[in-house]
Write a protein that binds this ligand. Structure first.
Ligand SMILES: Cc1cc2nc3c(=O)[nH]c(=O)nc-3n(C[C@H](O)[C@H](O)[C@H](O)COP(=O)(O)O)c2cc1C
Length: 358
């Protein structure tokens, strides 16, 4: 039987927001320990779900009960923004890891899943939709109340180009999230699914650090994470990290890789203007994600940076979580893996009840 994801890719974003997650399992019991430390919080494990799959408080609560202890609330804006048209996710036929040499290739998308769920790669394109701040502020409070001991809620926000300048809007979004009670903030500097500027800030050392610095200045002691994408050039990557290091408590990455996706007939796979390109995630991006995580850990050691490295990209099994932890990252998060295998956290916990690496 093919695996059914908690986010139903046949339904619209709004239906998933209202009626999801679509889970047909009872959360298994596990022992709560809160023996790990992350960003100054005592947590049960160093495993979480990055920004994206957890659309609101109902999703946060469900995944917290499934044993994901670091829960990132999907990226929010200072204004209401609709989602791109359905479908927003498609399976990719890609079987092997994507490397830099592949970056100009077109990938083939379809609605048919592969047989082995651990090999799933998808493209996703939502455009960072958002409810209005008064709605999400109330929902953040509900999300906080819905998680258990030893679990951490992180709220992801993004600036929207428009009336105010982009930096000011990032600051405003973070301030609104903190006002609502967010214990930690992530700013998304990397989204391949928007055509405007907020999607590629992570590639610019100066602009990204100006935004990080302004947000940190606003939120003070509340931990700040920046979410970055894959930066192919190691010198540029080191520069982005160096410029941001003084302002941030964590660096999370990678976001999805940007690819042109077509269907089996050779036509644009996802409907609508500007959607030939979309973000690729899951199994196929693990190699790129691991190599960047390894570099961040090395830079951290070399320069004695004190930010946390959060490894994201292609985590589909408990073994992949260990691969990241063995590189020396401070935490690991799974989006695609956690959507198609909601028991991933439980499997990881079960494997680790007798050692201290979890
Ligand atoms: C359904 C979905 C929605 C996403 N939405 C966001 C988002 O709103 N903000 C963000 O920073 N990343 C978003 N992402 C990217 C993930 O946080 C993550 O960086 C990426 O999927 C790679 O991890 P994975 O291979 O485990 O999926 C989304 C990913 C998925 C699958």
């Amino acid at each position: 039987m093919k695996a059914r994801p908690a986010y139903d890719i046949e339904r619209s974003y709004d239906e998933n927001y209202r009626d999801g997650p679509f889970l047909d399992i009872t959360p298994p019991q596990r022992k709560i320990t809160a023996e790990k430390s992350f960003l100054g919080f005592q947590v049960n494990s160093l495993l979480g779900v990055p920004a994206g799959p957890l659309l609101n408080a109902n999703w946060i609560k469900a995944y917290a009960q499934l044993g994901f202890d670091l829960l990132v609330y999907k990226t929010l804006r200072t204004q209401e923004r609709p989602c791109h048209p359905n479908p927003n996710c498609m399976y990719l036929s890609q079987q092997r890891p994507l490397r830099e040499i592949d970056f100009n290739r077109q990938l083939i998308g379809s609605m048919t899943p592969p047989d082995d769920p651990t090999l799933i790669s998808i493209t996703n394109s939502f455009g960072m939709p958002s409810r209005a701040p008064e709605i999400w502020q109330a929902d953040i409070q509900k999300a906080k109340a819905g998680i258990g001991p030893g679990q951490l809620l992180i709220v992801s926000v993004v600036g929207t180009p428009g009336e105010t300048d982009l930096k000011t809007d990032y600051v405003r979004a973070a301030a609104l999230a903190v006002e609502a009670g967010a214990p930690a903030i992530e700013i998304n500097l990397s989204c391949p699914n928007v055509l405007s500027r907020e999607g590629s800030i992570f590639t610019d050392p100066e602009v990204s650090s100006q935004i990080a610095s302004a947000v940190k200045n606003e939120i003070g002691a509340v931990p700040l994470i920046i979410k970055i994408g894959y930066i192919a050039d190691p010198f540029k990557r080191a520069k982005v990290v160096a410029e941001n290091a003084p302002h941030v408590d964590g660096i999370s990455g990678i976001n999805t890789l940007s690819f042109e996706v077509i269907d089996e007939k050779g036509e644009q796979a996802l409907p609508g203007k500007g959607r030939l390109r979309s973000g690729v995630c899951g199994a196929a991006i693990r190699a790129c994600a691991l190599s960047q995580a390894e570099h961040l850990v090395a830079l951290k050691k070399q320069h004695q940076y004190d930010f946390a490295v959060i490894g994201v990209g292609g985590v589909m099994t408990a073994e992949h979580i260990h691969t990241y932890l063995n590189l020396g990252v401070d935490a690991v998060m799974s989006a695609t893996g956690a959507m198609w295998d909601p028991l991933l956290a439980y499997r990881f916990w079960k494997e680790n009840t007798s050692d201290s690496n979890a």
